[in-house]
Design a protein around this ligand. Structure first.
Ligand SMILES: *Cc1c(COP(=O)(O)O)cnc(C)c1O
Length: 223
């Protein structure tokens, strides 16, 4: 088996105080997750509802699960009973559905708003203007069973460190903007989720509070 424990210790050793690790375990078997768990890791991220459900049923109950992938509104009901955080909310429609399903279970689900900053063509994430508009619109304030805890983004998948840095700094500056404007008195709005295996050292320099690292801990995914 891959040296999950050693890899995990190395990644944790790279993270300064105040930066949490979400260990991204998608496509990796339970024994890998348990190896990380035995090292003390409790926060894991998955991106497929069915895979997540199977893992939740068979793994320790004190694991904090984050949903990190694109979430279809019709899947929200399946994860609503147990998900701790939905990291990639990119529409008001999805936010409303998470709120509705969380209410059914008398829970509050934490969410992050996903920004689309990378130059790459992807369908997902809010442009900065769309995110401003969503917040300005104000309906989110009425959604009592979701708590917006911060922002999430993926930088372009490139070797150019300066490009990655400038995208992450743009996200960080945008965080400061919306924090000041909409969440000044809300200490829960504090998370900046950026940084993956290839760029988390840059992310910690760009004010990340939460890195999402898979490959560097668990090895390559076998699809
Ligand atoms: C898979 C995934 C990661 C982890 O990527 P690695 O390169 O394996 O560290 C992080 N964030 C999201 C949104 C992902 O889908």
């Amino acid at each position: 088996m891959y040296d999950v424990k050693g890899n995990l210790r190395k990644v944790l050793g790279d993270l300064p105080d105040g930066v949490r690790l979400v260990a991204i375990s998608k496509y990796h078997p339970n024994e890998y997750i348990m190896a990380a768990y035995e090292e003390g890791q409790r926060v894991f991220g998955e991106s497929h509802e069915q895979e997540l459900r199977q893992k939740v049923e068979s793994l320790p109950k004190d694991i904090e699960w984050h949903f990190i992938g694109h979430l279809q509104t019709n899947k929200v009901k399946y994860i609503a009973p147990y998900i701790q955080m939905v990291e990639a909310v990119d529409s008001l429609k999805l936010l409303r559905e998470i709120n509705k399903q969380a209410a059914k279970h008398e829970r509050t689900i934490k969410v992050l708003l996903e920004l689309h900053i990378a130059e790459e063509e992807t369908k997902y994430g809010l442009t900065l203007d769309a995110c401003r508009q969503l917040l300005e619109d104000g309906e989110w304030r009425e959604l009592k069973n979701v708590q917006i805890c911060g922002l999430m983004m993926m930088a372009s998948y490139v070797d150019d460190v300066e490009q990655i840095r400038s995208e992450m700094m743009l996200a960080s500056d945008f965080f400061d903007e919306v924090k000041e404007r909409y969440f000044k008195d809300d200490p829960c709005f504090c998370e900046r989720s950026w940084g993956m295996s290839h760029d988390y050292p840059i992310a910690v320099e760009c004010h990340s509070t939460m890195v999402r690292v898979g490959t560097s801990i668990f090895g390559p995914r076998i699809y």
